[in-house]
Design a protein around this ligand. Structure first.
Ligand SMILES: Nc1ncnc2c1ncn2[C@@H]1O[C@H](COP(=O)(O)OP(=O)(O)OP(=O)(O)O)[C@@H](O)[C@H]1O
Length: 234
């Protein structure tokens, strides 16, 4: 999936939130989107998920099935969690059993019969996550998924997301709480100054991995740095 020269603002003549955003969403990776409050992270996520269309530019090759969990789950709805999820599964044409599996993995199984307005904030948030995960989306977009989660679920979520990415899904996550900090292979995007910095290398650069004895690592990094290369010890 690609964004080409995408620009977005919420109203005509309002300030641009994002401008000239050109990027490729890698398949099968977890992508962490960070940036200051109000930088435009949620806006970028809405553009990726197709909740809002770009004002300028083009979004192409979005996977057919997209899962999206907004920052705040709208819990003021007169259904039980399981009725709500069964309804969402039906809309997407996927079996409800998937919702029950995710509920189990997120420690929510015992609350499926609870009415949405009676759920705690964190539990309601889990319903938002479960509905996004339904039906194996090719693109999974989660806005602040760690917010309000209990310690066990917070600890489990990074590996669960990595697992989903392994199946080929692009998992895009905005995260103020550094919940994904330790995840190996994570792709990092930074939103600031209306732009998105992806850290992608320009075509004329390559990454070379070198294995050296531990006691030579520091010297090698210093030498490469002195020679003008970007080197870091892993
Ligand atoms: N529905 C909306 N209508 C008008 N302006 C909006 C709307 N949503 C966001 N904005 C504005 O767009 C800008 C970017 O907001 P956005 O929510 O994308 O930032 P963010 O990086 O996700 O912030 P935070 O870290 O606080 O969640 C802000 O100036 C915000 O006021």
């Amino acid at each position: 999936m690609q964004l080409e020269q995408v620009a977005f603002r919420y109203r005509r003549r309002a300030p641009w939130v994002l401008r000239d955003v050109t990027l490729t969403v890698p398949r099968g990776r977890v992508i962490e989107v960070s940036g200051a409050n109000g930088a435009g992270k949620s806006t970028l996520l809405r553009l990726l998920a197709g909740i809002v269309p770009p004002v300028r530019g083009r979004v192409s090759e979005r996977p057919a099935r997209v899962g999206y969990a907004p920052e705040r789950f709208p819990a003021a709805q007169p259904f039980s969690a399981s009725d709500y999820l069964a309804h969402m599964a039906k809309i997407r044409g996927v079996p409800f059993a998937g919702a029950a599996d995710w509920a189990e993995r997120l420690g929510f199984a015992g609350l499926l019969g609870t009415r949405l307005p009676d759920l705690s904030k964190g539990s309601a948030h889990k319903v938002g996550l479960i509905q996004a995960l339904l039906g194996s989306p090719g693109l999974l977009v989660l806005d602040e998924p760690f917010a309000g989660l209990d310690a066990d679920t917070r600890a489990a979520l990074p590996l669960l997301l990595a697992d989903i990415a392994t199946g080929g899904t692009s998992v895009v996550v905005s995260d103020h709480q550094a919940g994904l900090r330790e995840l190996p292979g994570i792709v990092r995007w930074q939103v600031s100054g209306h732009k998105v910095t992806t850290g992608d290398l320009p075509d004329e650069y390559a990454i070379v991995e070198v294995t050296v004895p531990v006691d030579e690592a520091g010297t090698l990094v210093d030498r490469l740095t002195a020679d003008g290369y970007r080197a870091r010890r892993r």
